[in-house]
Ligand binder design. Structure first.
Ligand code: KG4
Ligand code: ZN
Length: 331
């Protein structure tokens, strides 16, 4: 069974071909044009997707070494995300669905992240906890079975990826901010500056990242440019550490409370190597085990969309041409 996955929810144009849970090809083009604007410009993202989508799909089919008539269904992200960007992927999928006379499987982008640890690996046994740490979301879900999810924790303000992006902008770095802060932090001392790890009164389950961001703002306001230039790598390292500590502390707190051993983490922030190293360290215990997807499936990609497409196709969950792009779309 072959599924073509298509992902265009934000600034990555991606297509993948899967055979069951194995990925035969995964082509992702990052739209670098946005970096000069300091963030994703929705209109530009849509136009770039239009230019790239057919090339990316062609390349995914070629790399998979199958002929296009072997594709059984097209799994496409139909939300949440940028409306115009989503429309490009959904309409491309509809055209292909008519041409090949195969069904469409609309996929929630976040569901793709939640299951990105299933790619090519043995199925993780239910129940498990899945933490999604991306530019728009910081959430912990209890996955009791396929399609049976319970939200355990979310952010009350910014997402962790957003804290990286906004922090990077304050530090005069490029977009996306996470990789820029990670790079700058490499030579920095994480103990040099103290950033707060939010503790929300009467709410132990949820995340908050606005405090750490505000604290960076006031630090940068206080120091002169000389101090800043000599210390920006220390600032980046300390800021990164505070975000990662907040994520790990909360995840462990929730996992102990719910008493679930298997935990998977996905989303763009899981591309951070310091994060992976800290998790490896905390994994040395008998109470829980945290897993990451392969690093190439951390940020947005169509492979995770194809794999959720496979899970749905198995359950005969497909759609006709009436499916549409939905910018705000809950799981
Ligand atoms: O999952 P993703 O690619 O797209 C969304 O669905 O949002 O996540 C993008 C987010 C951005 O905020 C980006 O700064 C962050 O993931 N990110 C990172 C790293 N790579 C990407 N954050 C920290 N360290 C990284 N290496
Ligand atoms: Zn994403």
């Amino acid at each position: 069974m072959h599924i073509l996955g298509i992902e265009t929810s934000c600034d990555e144009t991606s297509a993948a071909v899967s055979k069951k849970r194995n990925i035969l090809s995964n082509i992702t083009i990052n739209q670098l044009i946005h970096s000069k604007y300091g963030g994703v410009v929705p209109e530009i993202a849509s136009r770039e997707h239009l230019l790239l989508i057919s090339k990316v799909v062609d390349k995914a089919i070629i790399d998979a070494k199958i002929s296009i008539d072997k594709i059984d269904a097209i799994a496409v992200t139909n939300g949440p995300g940028l409306k115009g960007a989503l429309i490009v992927g959904v309409n491309f999928a509809k055209g292909l669905s008519i041409a090949l006379d195969i069904p469409i499987i609309p996929i929630n982008h976040m569901e793709g992240h939640l299951f990105s640890n299933f790619i090519g690996l043995d199925e993780i046994k239910y129940p498990f906890l899945s933490m999604l740490v991306s530019g728009g979301h910081t959430q912990i879900w209890l996955i009791e079975s396929y399609q049976n999810y319970k939200l355990c924790s979310t952010t009350i303000d910014d997402a962790a990826g957003e804290a990286f992006d906004k922090g990077a902008r304050m530090l005069g770095l490029g977009y996306p901010g996470g990789p820029e802060i990670e790079k700058l932090a490499l030579d920095g001392k994480k103990e040099k500056y103290k950033f707060p790890i939010a503790k929300i009164k009467n709410d132990k389950d949820n995340f908050s990242f606005s405090g750490v961001k505000t604290s960076l703002f006031y630090l940068l306001k206080k120091i002169d440019s000389n101090t800043y230039n000599n210390n920006k790598h220390h600032i980046a390292a300390s800021y990164q550490e505070a975000i990662l500590d907040a994520l790990i502390e909360k995840l462990i707190f929730v996992s102990k409370k719910i008493n679930v051993y298997d935990i998977v983490i996905s989303g763009g922030v899981t591309a951070n190597k310091r994060f992976r190293k800290k998790i490896d360290k905390t994994n040395k215990n008998d109470l829980y085990k945290i897993k990451f997807p392969d690093i190439k499936y951390s940020t947005d990609n169509a492979a995770m969309i194809a794999v959720v497409g496979y899970l749905k196709y198995k359950e005969s969950i497909t759609s006709d041409l009436s499916c549409s792009a939905t910018a705000r779309y809950k799981i």
